[in-house]
Each structure stands twice: as C-alpha cells, then as structure tokens.
Design a protein around this ligand. Structure first.
Ligand code: FEO
Length: 400
C-alpha cells in the first residue's frame, strides 16, 4: 500500500525507509535505519527526482504509481547514480516506455556501467545550469561534483524554490511519519546522525561542498529536499551554517573528546582522571569513547564536533592499538584537519604508540600536538600523573 506525503500541492515525497539494514554501504551502522527520499513533481509533464534503494523498491513503486494517478511518467532526473538512489531506473524504463532519463554525461556513463538496459534514445543530457520546463514548474540543474560522486548534480525548482540536493544535507536515520525538520527535535534526535553522515560520507570533500554552498547561495531557497533524512522547510540557516562549518573543517564546539583504547582499564583510568580534571576546570560536553566498542564512524563524527581530541593508545605489537590505527587511517582518508590533540601512550616495556600516532597526525593538515605526551608504563603512577596534569594545563590553555 502507498505511503506518501505532500511537500506542496504538486510535489510529493514518494520515498521510504529501511529499518532492517544493519550497515549502510555495508560499512556504517544505522541502528535508527535510513530513509531513501524520492520526489515526484506533477505538472503538464511529470518528473521524478531520483529513485530509491532496491530494499524498498516495492514501497517506492506503489508510491509512484499511486501519486501519478494513472498518468505516465515523463522524466526521471538522476541527481546521483549511487545504487542507494538509482536502483529502480530499469524498472521505471520498462514501466514507462516514453520515459526520458535526465542527467549529465557522467550520469549516463554510470548507468551503462551499472546496468545492461539499452538507454539509447531514452536520455536527455544536460549541462550545468540548463533548465527543463514541466509547465508551471521549471527545473534548473546545478552540477556539484564530488558531493559525493563525480556525476552529482542538484536540481533547483524555480517556481516553489525547492533545492533537490542529492546526498548533501542528508542524514542517517529512518523517517517516522514526520518527514519535515520542523516536525522533529533535530538537535536532540538527528544532529549526531547528520554529523556522522556528513563526516563519513561527504567529509572528505570539504572544498567541493564549499563550492556547492556558494552555488546554492545564488538561489533563493525555501525548501531543501535531500536524498536521506528530514526535508528542510524552515530554519535553513541552521543547516547551512552546519554545512559551512563542517566543510571548512571547523569544530562545532570548543571542547574535548577522549578517544581511547584500553586493554585492561589502565589507559581508561588515565582518560577518566584527565576528563574529570577538565570538567572541574569548567569544560563542558566532554565525551570519552572506548574505541573498541564505538564504531569508527561515530569517532569521526566526534572529530567534526570537537575542537580538541585526546588520543590514548596502548602500544600493541610495537605499534598503535589496532582500533586507534584504524581510526587514524580513517581520519587521514577523510582529509580531517585543524584540530588540537593531546597524546597518551601506554606500554609495559617499550611504549611507542605516541610517536607512531604523531607520525600519522603529521601527515594530516594542521594538526597541533600539545605537550607533554603522557607515558604510562602499565598503570598510572605519581610520575605519570604529573605528566597528565601538565597535559591538562596545556589543554586548558589551548581551550581558553
Ligand atoms: Fe546516498 Fe552517495 O548516496
């Protein structure tokens, strides 16, 4: 049975949600599920903006067919060719023999790479800023490559001032009937997942997001319709400010997050003492994460939130504790930068994880390492406590 909502009289949300998926991209846990948004515009011509993941094809097709009310589908605009959005192209081509796929040259290349259906004569190739008139509504295509694949474009509907923004401005999390930002408590229920989504999916492409934001700023926008998560019809400045900050790799909060590995609780003990001292000094919103039980995508989200990091790692096989090593590789791959970092190492006979963490951080942009590096030999003693308090002073001075 269909399950749709109107965004306006002529624009209908025909997407759906998957609450069964364990790992988005087979990488990222989505305990709150994920939404795949798709939008139908009804005018003299009908146009669908993107499709959905194959996991919800049945719901999606019921939504589209119901919303069309017996009409045909004239255009399918493909803003993004990643399979979580394009899994239903072939099905629609078969169901609507006159359907034209609207995309750019790269879009059509990807369609041919992913699928075997012959799209000869079924495509309209657009250039940046081209328009397509549907009657009262006019679509304008705005190329935003690498947000998050090279073929990505956004589609701006001029009459209702809707920006169909592809992956940008999206979030992990299934929609629960409330599909609009003003129907949910975004800060409480969505911000952490939106940040985690941004950081892990789009975070590497900060400069390209900046370019996209500048292009968006040239348009008068009333509604932002992303491919995942809530639709924004109010308070757009809040969301744009978050994206501007994240894509500049500027932290949201002046605070510290502790990211630690601890085999027997001794490194964790140092983290707890340092966090407590920081709290006593007035620092708020401190969060400590055990890297062995916290998914790396959450840790990456924390880097986007916090100005300061304390990385605490045992020495393991003469190297960095595996969970920490994995996190540092992810940080580098995602182009993270501009953070201030304290290092804590533990090692019973040859502590060396801090030196190796520093070497990896030195390969990233503008990572400032605070002194001193704290060395624990097996468990915290008075001698290393002094170092820990010195690091606290350095962190506090830096947070001033
Ligand atoms: Fe939601 Fe880049 O796909």
């Amino acid at each position: 049975m269909y399950c749709t909502r109107n965004i306006s009289e002529s624009v209908i949300w025909v997407g759906g949600c998957d609450r069964r998926l364990a790992l988005f991209e087979n990488l990222f846990p989505v305990p709150r599920g994920v939404a795949y948004n798709s939008y139908l515009i009804l005018d003299e011509k009908t146009a669908l903006i993107d499709t959905v993941d194959s996991s919800i094809s049945r719901q999606f097709l019921e939504n589209v067919l119901y919303s069309l009310g017996g009409r045909t589908l004239d255009y399918l605009v493909i803003n993004h060719m990643e399979p979580d959005h394009c899994a239903n192209i072939e099905e629609l081509l078969h169901r609507f023999p006159a359907l034209k796929i609207v995309g750019n040259a790269k879009t059509h290349t990807f369609i041919r790479q992913f699928y075997d259906t012959d799209i000869q004569g079924r495509t309209i190739t657009v250039q940046d800023n081209d328009t397509l008139c549907l009657g009262q509504h006019t679509l304008q295509f705005c190329f935003t490559p690498m947000v998050h694949w090279p073929e990505v474009m956004m589609t701006y509907e001029q009459k209702e001032r809707i920006l169909f923004s592809a992956d940008a401005f999206g979030s992990f999390g299934a929609l629960n009937g409330n599909i609009f930002n003003d129907e949910v408590d975004f800060d409480r229920d969505w911000l952490a997942d939106a940040r985690r989504y941004y950081g892990n999916i789009v975070g590497k492409y900060g400069p390209q997001v900046q370019t996209a934001l500048k292009k968006a700023a040239e348009k008068e926008i009333q509604t932002i319709c992303p491919l995942h998560g809530p639709i924004w019809r109010s308070n757009l400045g809040y969301l744009l400010e978050k994206y501007n900050r994240w894509s500049l790799y500027e932290p949201e909060e002046h605070t510290v997050t502790f990211l630690y590995g601890s085999m027997y609780g001794d490194t964790e003990n140092a983290v707890n003492i340092l966090a407590t001292e920081m709290a006593k000094a007035g620092i708020k919103n401190i969060v400590a994460h055990d890297m062995s039980s916290t998914h790396v995508s959450t840790l990456i989200g924390e880097v986007f939130r916090c100005s300061h990091l304390v990385l605490a790692s045992p020495t393991y096989n003469n190297g960095i504790y595996p969970a920490m090593l994995n996190f540092l590789h992810d940080m580098k791959a995602l182009n993270l930068q501009n953070r201030t970092i304290g290092l804590v190492q533990n090692g019973s006979w040859a502590p060396s994880s801090a030196k190796q963490m520093r070497a990896l951080l030195d390969e990233m942009k503008n990572m400032q390492i605070l002194e001193p590096v704290v060395t624990i030999q097996s468990s915290l003693k008075e001698s290393s406590l002094e170092q820990l308090f010195s690091l606290k002073d350095s962190l506090l001075a830096s947070l001033q």
